[in-house]
Design a protein around this ligand. Structure first.
Ligand code: NAP
Length: 292
């Protein structure tokens, strides 16, 4: 049995879709774990088992993981540094208590050295998994999704200006659905042993290159203005964001400037046997949504 946590999220749903449609795993071998079962009625109708999964309830999660061989631990969306580490540690303990053989975890690139403020949560979870002594484990260090641009680009295109502290750093971002394909491939194949992979796109881009492609696809001008990290923080606070959130978002740019999201698609290709979707194609296909 394969258990997917966070099944009502974008990534969890996409992983289940790939398990069913791409890798032809029978629905009877899939358990979708979520805090809100009502959101997964469509999967239930397809024969997928739905169970409650909340990392804030370790004992309940251990019960839900009964009889599970492979467990996909999708990182939660908690932002405050330390919060994910606590939730994920509980999920790792619950999986161990339930006798899971193979744990698969969605981490981030270079978590030990990343400037992202919650990176220690990912590094800590990787260590917790290693220390727990599962029979098999796969750490998938997911590069940034193309889809993150749906949050920043519509606002930037409205004013024609994108403020960035990423400097000339490059990001090898990748489509979220490609991440899901690779994750589903790992779950379906169930290779023995312990492995760490980084799932990055085929090419790394500076923020100016990203802005130029978005501008071309949407037909709207977009100018990148470089600011220091603290300037970005203050700008976001001025726009109404709480300081703690502004500092986390600004740390994303700081990380890019320091090379934290550079990478290549070697691991993606070895896992899936195919190329990831090129960013240029994704931008063209999503121009309307990027324009806002
Ligand atoms: N690489 C990137 O660029 C990037 C960008 C954004 C997020 N992420 C990370 O990747 C994860 C999946 O991305 P997404 O796009 O699917 O995010 P999403 O659609 O916002 O989903 C959030 C996920 O967090 C889960 N979650 C929240 N609280 C939880 C809890 N207490 N216990 C268990 N699960 C909990 C949700 O599960 P249910 O609602 O089903 O319970 C859901 O799967 C995110 O949660 C975040 O850690 C990565």
């Amino acid at each position: 049995m394969i258990f997917i946590s966070g099944a009502a999220g974008h990534l969890g749903r996409a992983v289940i879709n790939h398990l069913l449609a791409t890798f032809k795993v029978p629905a009877s071998e899939i358990i979708a774990g979520t805090r809100d079962a009502a959101k997964l009625a469509d999967l239930k109708a397809k024969g997928v088992t739905i169970r409650h999964a909340d990392f804030d309830d370790e004992a309940g999660l251990a019960k839900s993981l009964a009889g599970v061989d492979r467990f996909l631990l999708i990182s939660t969306d908690a932002m405050a540094p330390g919060a994910r580490a606590r939730q994920h540690a509980a999920a790792v303990k619950a999986a161990k208590a339930a006798g899971v053989a193979h744990i698969v975890y969605t981490s981030m690139p270079r978590p030990e050295t990343s400037a992202v403020l919650f990176a220690p949560d990912h590094a800590g979870t990787e260590k917790a998994i290693k220390d727990a002594g599962f029979k098999a484990s796969t750490i998938l260090r997911d590069n940034w999704y193309f889809e993150n641009l749906f949050h920043s680009m519509p606002i930037a295109l409205k004013s024609g200006t994108h403020y960035s502290a990423a400097g000339q750093g490059k990001m090898a971002h990748i489509a979220r659905d490609d991440q899901a394909r690779a994750i589903a491939a790992v779950l379906a194949k169930n290779a023995p042993g312990h492995a760490v992979y980084t799932l990055s796109g085929a090419k790394a881009y500076t923020i100016e290159e990203v802005a130029a492609l978005v501008s071309k696809a949407t037909g709207k001008p977009l100018n990148v203005v470089h600011v220091p990290v603290e300037g970005l923080v203050q700008g976001m606070i001025g726009a109404g964001l709480p300081e703690a959130v502004a500092r986390i978002f600004a740390s994303f740019d700081d990380n890019i400037a320091k090379g934290g999201l550079e990478g290549d698609a070697k691991d993606y290709k070895s896992i899936t046997g195919q190329e990831p979707q090129p960013f240029e194609d994704w931008v063209k296909a999503n121009a309307a949504a990027l324009a806002g």
